[in-house]
Design a protein around this ligand. Structure first.
Ligand code: AMP
Length: 224
């Protein structure tokens, strides 16, 4: 199974993509996570993307596509994957179609998580991630058992630099300009499903599980 999550920053793509990957034994592939790891390592790639990410801009397609080609051609990706944060524009979507066609594959479903902008800004303000394992939390809705510590590995919880309000507004602008049009792209392929992402993590996950079980037809929407 090959799934892709679309949605503005803070819509819950990372949380849901990780849950789906765990439940169905797929790998979770997120360029944002890969870039953050490289920044942490201080690699050449990390140094190249650090400033771009801090400003909320997109890393150039050439770099992103190369990183994703590597990730998706790994043996672990062969049984299937959940993509989170790629593609983010039309050129990347076309590059992904080509990558998959080259191995005789295609995406099965594209899940668009839909959340209003005020809620997204509030979520970013209260979002924390584990510095050690990357697990996301939310201080309002999904707080850790011990303040400031990851439930799973005990790592320190921090606010992502790009979750500051002015950066979030820039990321939303980028999303609306260049990523949102992908809903049409995948809609016209008949594989897009829109899901209301403003509900709780459990509610959204059970909706996605229903969809995966085939109970929601592509193109059908939760939203009025
Ligand atoms: P995310 O964790 O998905 O919110 O991504 C964090 C940052 O990584 C983004 O704001 C971009 O700077 C960069 N990034 C992630 N995915 C992509 C992509 N598909 N294309 C370009 N830049 C990306």
């Amino acid at each position: 199974m090959r799934l892709l999550f679309l949605g503005p920053p803070g819509a819950g793509k990372g949380t849901q993509a990780k849950l789906v990957a765990e439940r169905y034994g797929l790998i979770h592939v997120a360029p944002g996570d890969i870039f953050r790891q490289e920044v942490k390592k201080g690699s050449e790639l990390g140094r190249l993307v650090e400033g771009i990410m801090a400003r909320g801009e997109l890393v150039p397609d050439e770099i992103t596509v190369r990183v994703m080609e590597q990730a998706l051609s790994a043996p672990e990706a062969m049984p299937g994957f959940v993509l989170d944060g790629f593609p983010r524009n039309l050129a990347q979507a076309v590059a992904l179609d080509k990558m998959l066609a080259a191995i005789g594959q295609r995406l099965d479903k594209v899940i668009s998580l839909e959340v209003g902008e005020d809620e997204l800004i509030e979520r970013a303000r209260t979002r924390r991630v584990c510095l050690a394992c990357g697990r996301p939390y939310n201080l309002r809705t999904n707080a850790p058992a011990v303040a400031g510590r990851c439930d799973v590995c005990g790592g320190e919880l921090v606010q992502r630099q790009d979750d500051r309000e002015e950066t979030v507004r820039e990321r939303l602008r980028v999303y609306n300009d260049v990523t949102r049009p992908l809903c049409e792209y995948y809609g016209s392929q008949g594989i897009l499903v829109r899901i209301d992402g403003s509900k709780t993590v459990d509610e959204v996950f059970s909706r996605i599980s229903e969809l995966i079980a085939g109970t929601v037809r592509p193109g059908e929407s939760d939203r009025p």
